[in-house]
Ligand binder design. Sequence first.
Ligand code: SF4
Length: 68
Amino acid sequence: MKVSVDPDKCVAAGLCVLSEESVFDQDEDTGRVRLLTAEPSVGVTVRVREAARLCPASAITILDDATA
Ligand code: SF4
């Protein structure tokens, strides 16, 4: 799996961090999303997909879902 985020779209809701904190973080100042890894491990792909689905700003994009 490969994932990307668009901090310009992000509305700092924080749902992605709640879904998977090993992949998503929030900027301390703006609250906007920061991507910790663009290639999450297989073990967290379900939660990363869930984060993308829940994001109210559609700021998370799954680029390559072939591995899980
Ligand atoms: S869930 Fe979406 S809007 Fe909320 S912090 Fe994550 S990327 Fe930003």
